[in-house]
Design a binder for this molecule. Structure first.
Ligand SMILES: [Zn+2]
Length: 258
């Protein structure tokens, strides 16, 4: 068995792991690099594996830094299942075409600059239509359901409490009669937050691949957070000001809201 860390290493976006075992090659997440220009250029690089040799893609959740390169994978020839929870599949059917639309818009703007410099125009990473096409690969599963990928490989998606449909994925792989369990946490939520359930407690693992973005930070308690927020609102309104609240939202039939 082999695990390769191909994204979201020494940085927080572009999640992509390759798990090889029991004669199969399985990707976990296929995310876009987002944020820094140098990292975003990496999105155009070839995948560091033969796309046609990949048997399954397991998707922890719909955020674009975990899912945003699936349309490129599809364009490069991947036609096997993308396995995710139903909510993740539904969200991806909105968010990936929206990401394609953003790719097209940004590319148009970048091409204007390239042409001015005498460089050739280039196509977008993928289009909204490419993203719509790749949705045919998505296969929804339920939380807590043991799914057989092959007689030697089983997986289970557990609620990660991070966003609607987000999952901690357990993978059991049997090789030469010896079974190992690998756990991919994806992004993890907090306990006791509004709207979302707390992350599932996973009791055991032989190998644990874990999100650690805010692992070195102490979180403010929810009650304290609410009080701080109310104080800011009250104070601003007292002064006759306006409160502008940036929100991280997904809405259907809109653009640029991710
Ligand atoms: Zn996330």
């Amino acid at each position: 068995m082999n695990i390769s860390f191909l994204g979201a290493t020494k940085t927080v976006t572009g999640s992509n792991f390759l798990l090889e075992g029991a004669g199969k090659k399985i990707l976990i997440d296929c995310g876009l690099y987002q944020g820094k220009a140098a990292e975003e250029r990496e999105n155009y690089a070839d995948f560091p594996y033969n796309v046609n040799e990949i048997d399954f893609l397991l998707l922890t959740h719909a955020h674009i830094d975990h899912s945003g390169k699936i349309p490129k994978l599809y364009l490069d020839g991947y036609k096997n299942p993308v396995i995710a929870t139903k909510a993740t599949c539904d969200l991806c059917s909105i968010m990936l075409p929206d990401s394609g639309h953003i790719q097209e818009m940004e590319n148009e703007w970048k091409n204007k600059k390239r042409i001015r410099k005498g460089l050739p125009a280039r196509p977008p990473l993928y289009t909204a239509q490419d993203a719509i096409n790749c949705i045919e690969l998505f296969k929804p599963v339920q939380y807590d359901e043991i799914v057989e990928l092959t007689p030697d490989i089983h997986v289970r998606f557990n609620d990660a409490g991070h966003m609607l449909g987000s999952s901690i994925i357990e993978v059991w792989i049997k090789e030469n009669g010896n079974e190992k369990k690998i756990v991919f946490t994806g992004d993890l939520g907090n306990n006791d937050i509004p709207l979302l359930d707390s992350p599932t407690m996973i009791e055991t693992a032989d190998y644990l691949v874990m999100e650690s973005t805010y692992g070195g930070r102490l979180h403010i308690r929810n009650d304290d957070k609410a009080e701080m927020f109310l104080n800011i609102v009250a104070e601003t309104l007292d002064k006759g000001g306006n409160v502008v609240i940036p929100s991280f939202a997904v809405r259907k039939n809109t653009r640029n809201t991710i």
